[in-house]
Design a protein around this ligand. Sequence first.
Ligand code: ATP
Ligand code: MG
Length: 480
Amino acid sequence: MSWNPTTSLAPISRLWRTLAFRLTAGYALAGLLLVVFATASLYLVLANELEKSTALFLADKVHVLRTLLLERPDDEDGLHEEVELESAARRYEQFYIRVLDAHGKQLLMTPGMASQLDLSQLTAQTRNRPDRPMRLKGKDGRSFRIISTSAQVGSPPRSTDQLEIAVDVSQKEELLARYRFWFWSILFASSIIFPWVGYQIARHGIRPVEEVATTARHISSTNLRERILPDGYPFELAVLANTFNQMLDRLEESFEQIAKFSTDIAHDLRTPVNNIRGEAEVALARERTSGEYRAVIESCLEESERLSDLIGDLLFLARAESPLLHLRQEQVDVGALLSTVREYYEASAAEGEISLSTNLAGPIVARLDRSLMQRAINNLVANALAHTPPGGTVMLSTDIDPSTLRIEVTDTGVGIPAEALPKVFDRFFRVDSSRSHNSGGTGLGLAIVRSIAVLHGGAVEIASRPGQGTQVTIQIPVSA
Ligand SMILES: Nc1ncnc2c1ncn2[C@@H]1O[C@H](COP(=O)(O)OP(=O)(O)OP(=O)(O)O)[C@@H](O)[C@H]1O
Ligand SMILES: [Mg+2]
């Protein structure tokens, strides 16, 4: 079987894409780097200090011997004590000294030096680089620092002696070796502990995210009830959970609206269809005169007109929400438009004994979709006339400031109760549904007005006082 790098690496790249893994890797790496940095720098400082103290020790010995040879060249006892006795008294950090004359003949040596060190190697190694401490391995494997230097004998100088000093640093090296052992042990332990702790922290931290995901998985159009309880969540994730809950609230509301909307459509379509069917059935129950047939057909025609209007309105609303709907905008004389609407409704206003008038703030021309705007104003006037008792007035007026065109329809009718006002632009909403049903209203008129205003980039507002009247204002932004 051949090795395919892409499939073999897939689990790793999948793992790398998990947040828990990334956080764990981050924590572990940071922790390990910190441990390595801290212990390694301590080790280097310690090793450096030990090396320095050895160098100082050697320099000190060199100084003592030189002073002795320079100032008291004949004090053999003093030299003897310094070279032979003092080292023997030590247990740790033992040192060895050898004094040679100018011809390389050995004059004095610490006892045991020859058994510890290869003297010829010592001389050979130090000859090239005098006055500098160097490393040397002893005969039984112990570590030494050695130095070689010359010293004047007497003042004025009689001759020059050669000093060779070696100090045993095995103890210090063992200390460093123990330190290294602990360094690797700690590093090994850290490489297990840090990822484990990191993983626990990461898991704990992202648990709320997983809960949000689980809740989201359970959500469907039939189950929008589930919510996340953000108790004990860290602040940022509590905000996320709350935002998510709010989104679910909105979704639930929209779904409920859609469900209600569908029921309303079905109900409103059924009424005219039932009427047509009922009348046809009654008409066919027995023989009728041609006059009676005619009446039934006329009634059916009326119902189907209602049906077709309703379907037209629904189609319009559906299309108005699609981003593909384009306005056919043109320069429209708003005053003339209002006059057209007034003329259209004049007869029915007169019939209801309502005075219908227009009030224009000078000539206004604006870029509008003429037929849509006329439809919106028609809806408003139809509403006003339907809800204004005889003797009342309905007024169409316009107003413009540099950036906004306002078209207002004001009536002195029955008004709308405050609690119903926020809902009047909803589809199928009717303040008194039974009453409006009889008068043929379906509750789509104001929804259509709002869609038309929004299509023009504007908005619509309503203000009303029960018993006093209603004012609806279409606001359209216009360029100067
Ligand atoms: N000028 C008004 N005065 C009093 N109530 C109003 C007025 N305009 C609208 N309403 C109330 O708001 C409801 C919604 O109006 P909308 O125009 O959307 O529907 P409709 O007139 O009932 O039906 P449609 O316009 O679709 O034939 C109406 O049923 C009515 O109760
Ligand atoms: Mg209406």
